[in-house]
Design a protein around this ligand. Sequence first.
Ligand SMILES: NC(=O)c1ccc[n+]([C@@H]2O[C@H](COP(=O)([O-])OP(=O)(O)OC[C@H]3O[C@@H](n4cnc5c(N)ncnc54)[C@H](OP(=O)(O)O)[C@@H]3O)[C@@H](O)[C@H]2O)c1
Length: 238
Amino acid sequence: MSSSLDGRTVVVIGRGSGIARAVTLATHAHGARVVVAGRDQDSLRAAYNDEGITAERVDITDDDSIAALAERLGQVDHVVSTASARARGRLAELDREALLRSFDTKVIGPVMLAKHFAPRIAEGGSFVLFSGVAAFKPAVGYLGVAITNGAVDFLTRSLALELGPIRVNTISPGVVDTGIWDSLGEDAKSAYFTDLRSRNPARRIGVPDDIAAAVIFAMTSPFLTGVTLRIDGGEPLT
Ligand SMILES: NC(=O)c1ccc[n+]([C@@H]2O[C@H](COP(=O)([O-])OP(=O)(O)OC[C@H]3O[C@@H](n4cnc5c(N)ncnc54)[C@H](OP(=O)(O)O)[C@@H]3O)[C@@H](O)[C@H]2O)c1
């Protein structure tokens, strides 16, 4: 059983930028055929012009869409889901709809991905899901993000047990500058990053390639399953 990605088929769900893009390019550089899948197939297609990267459509909150993608792709080796719809805000600002969307995208969606793709995963294959540092370092304003990411951690272990020998692992990024922090405004974002950089043990903010390297490790480590790899600069220790 080879743990190389050369010639393997890897499905990366998410957008054409940020962490999903870094994962796609790193996986492609390791010789895999990469299928990127998201809600906007045209923009995904426009984001890549390399041979060996094809764009597909999937809405991870829609079971028919997931089943149709699995049917179209047939046998694959690894499925990576970066999809996320984070429910940020303090308790008083949170509404049920945002929380449900967050869970649907990051927890229920991956359950349904596993259901439809597991019968099509080739020997040595795996699922890689995404949690996040908010699960391991609670902060006011991030309750919705924390409980969603925490559920992914539990999902990882349950799926790994049920699906073995298909491996299931999760990556938990710390703060990575992918554009998601831009909504804070330029000054607040800069102050937040400066503070974080000065406090976390790695003394830096993450970059998408830090996370892509962990995804490659998860896909190519045949004895790794049921774990959440925290690639977060040690932020929960602070
Ligand atoms: N960046 C960070 O600091 C950080 C920290 C902790 C955890 N993470 C996690 O790392 C992952 C990637 O983060 P990121 O910052 O690169 O990107 P992100 O902004 O979280 O991207 C997630 C993408 O998922 C796609 N998506 C949302 N709903 C979907 C659905 N129903 N079906 C299919 N796709 C859907 C959206 O793309 P479209 O709008 O194009 O559909 C969205 O841009 C996420 O799971 C995130 O929670 C990131």
